[in-house]
Design a protein around this ligand. Sequence first.
Ligand code: ATP
Length: 243
Amino acid sequence: MSALLTVSDVHVAYGKVEAVRAVSLDVADNEIVTIIGANGAGKTTLLNAVMGILPLKGRVAFAGEDLGRLEIEDRVAAGLSLVPEHRELFASMNIEDNLQLGAFRVGRARAATSFERVYTLFPRLKERRKQLAGTLSGGEQQMLAMGRALMGAPKLLMLDEPSLGLAPIIVADIFRTVGELRRAGVSVLLVEQNAQAALAIADRAYVMELGEFVLSGTAKDIAADQRVAASYLGFTHEDESAV
Ligand code: ATP
């Protein structure tokens, strides 16, 4: 598999405080990769830096092209998209208009295809397309934030904590959609505190602690790791075998 995103030896600092240190990762075509870690580990900082929202030291390449000092706009045009942790929707605009904003740089014909694709993926958004974003449930808002990011037809969707504040049944729904995205040819970089849900869907995983990656491997191996189970999954594999 060829690498779609390659992050090499990246550092990100807030003033003198390094929030991300010497991080390297890659995401291949058609791959779901997750970064798990506790609150404050540096996951959001890393995604924001890859998107170009924060400056970084190191190298980020996407689809073989060095992102270097490319503006956010140009990164979006290259096929990168970020669904931010707090969703950042326009509360007083309806679903359709929020989605339209996500398609501002694609032509009318492609926007029509994108609408169709997003509404197929999230039929609920279609049913409620005239409803104001601010009146949607948390799960619907997450779907809308993902839908808006997909309107520009990205090759890689970066999802920051999509499960935040959602009930388990809604989380399952959102994660099922992430699996469908991969089948539709979109790679996913998923940042999550909900390690269990993330590892269940991902191909590979990185564990982040205090700004650094401390472990990486297939999602299956990471889920089976004793330290990960104890720190992030809320049980030990010994407990599991005792059941
Ligand atoms: P969360 O899930 O809570 O977002 P995270 O793993 O995404 O956690 P970050 O939000 O990236 O972690 O935070 C990493 C570190 O950087 C933390 O110590 C945090 O306090 C610090 N930090 C985050 N944003 C800023 C900022 N704007 N200015 C200064 N420090 C910041």
